[in-house]
Design a protein around this ligand. Structure first.
Ligand SMILES: [Zn+2]
Length: 405
């Protein structure tokens, strides 16, 4: 196509009606949405709140939010999703805030299924759900949500009193009554395998980058066995990490046995420890485990590209990236198409808690795909047919083949 703008519109039109699969989301359960919903509450449950600007309902807090973050990527795509779901076009402003809020309130009050049905009516055929406070749950909506199994909590189970994040006590929660590390790992394997046999484990997931470095070596089985049973008051930071390493390695093996991808949060958590290159020794040590490198490792998007270039089992992933930074996601996708060992390894997920933000994230992802493919159409690196095939893979087929087949 001669003009870039024509090519962009062609790709956006092509993508507009395509269904999608999100490979990672956190959607709140029905209980959350039973309380009255409004714009302030939606924003508080979105990434916009991560900026520190949260509306408390006052004009001052709303004004500050709009003034400071009304142009960033999180807000932009949240607003686009909100407009799409609640059928209005004007930007959110102080002048229309209450009116928009009333629309939100009315929609949720009229239909107790509004939160999850909205995902379906806006193109989500399936979302892989990471319910971190209840690992393995599908929120009671198995026709839409397929769980990933978040393994993080198991990494804290060195003692009956050990508490994982979210006030989660692994021994109590999983009913552990054994005596040693071997039995503990067996309980973990059994818990996950049993869920898998019910079709409820599309992947394993680890988001420990929020709590510790991604360096999962050394892994010393004898030392891990000796650490097991140490009271939380007596354990050293080093031993806690080492125990976590051992459990992480056990999960790498289990993912390969179950033939499910292992989704690992890289980048933008504890920044000093979440560079995806820290995972290289793990990726090399477990060639039969497919590691999905979440969030493009943002800000280390090129490091994910490098790993995807060198390792068949390093899968580049743009979940959340398209909403963190539209610019970075365009650059990352363009690069991953060039370097990934297989085009079929690139996936995306919206990574949200509320439907409006997921719908906005999907618009972001379609925009990113369209921008990247339009450039290739315009400079003749792609034919129309090839661009459509590639778009189909990125928006739907890759995720279906990787997680659901
Ligand atoms: Zn997430």
């Amino acid at each position: 196509m001669a003009k870039l703008d024509d090519a962009l519109h062609y790709m956006l039109d092509y993508l507009s009606e395509q269904p999608t699969i999100s490979d990672h989301d956190h959607h709140h359960s029905d209980e959350f949405f039973a309380a009255p919903m409004d714009l302030d509450r939606l924003l508080a449950a979105s990434y916009v709140a991560w900026t520190g600007f949260v509306s408390d309902g006052s004009e001052m807090s709303r004004r500050e939010l709009l003034d400071n973050v009304g142009y960033n990527s999180y807000f932009h795509w949240f607003e686009k999703g909100l407009q799409r779901v609640h059928s209005f076009e004007e930007p959110i402003s102080l002048g229309n805030w209450d009116r928009v809020s009333e629309r939100v309130r009315t929609a949720y009050a009229a239909d107790s299924d509004f939160h999850w049905q909205t995902l379906r009516t806006h193109g989500f055929e399936c979302l892989i759900l990471d319910n971190y406070y209840n690992p393995g749950s599908d929120n009671g909506h198995g026709s839409l949500f397929v769980p990933t199994f978040r393994i993080d909590k198991f990494m804290y189970g060195y003692h009956s009193d050990a508490v994982a994040p979210d006030q989660f006590i692994p021994w109590e929660r999983y009913g552990f009554s054994g005596r040693n590390l071997e039995q503990y790992v067996e309980l973990m394997r059994h818990t996950i395998t049993e869920q898998h046999s019910k079709g409820k484990v599309a992947a394993l997931k680890c988001a420990e980058a929020y709590n510790r470095p991604l360096a999962f070596f050394p892994c010393d089985p004898e030392r891990a066995a000796a650490i097991f049973g140490t009271h939380p008051s007596a354990i050293t930071d080093e031993d806690r990490l080492l125990f976590g390493n051992y459990i992480f390695h056990a999960c790498c093996k289990l993912a390969a046995e179950l033939d499910v991808p292992f989704q690992v949060h890289t980048g933008l958590a504890q920044l000093s420890g979440s560079n995806p290159l820290q995972l290289e020794p793990i990726i090399a040590a477990y060639p039969d485990t497919r590691f999905v490198l979440f969030h493009s490792g943002y800000p280390w998007i090129h490091e994910v590209g490098g790993l995807a270039h060198n390792y068949t089992n390093a899968l580049p992933n743009l979940t959340w990236t398209a909403t963190i930074s539209t610019a970075a996601a365009i650059q990352a996708l363009d690069e991953y198409i060039d370097v990934a060992r297989s085009i079929n390894s690139i996936t995306w997920g919206s990574d949200c808690w509320v439907a409006e933000e997921s719908v906005g994230a999907l618009l972001a992802w379609k925009f990113v795909i369209a921008k990247v493919l339009a450039q290739r159409l315009q400079d003749r690196r792609l034919s129309r047919k090839a661009a459509e095939t590639l778009a189909d893979k990125l928006i739907f087929h890759n995720a279906r083949n990787m997680y659901l087949s």
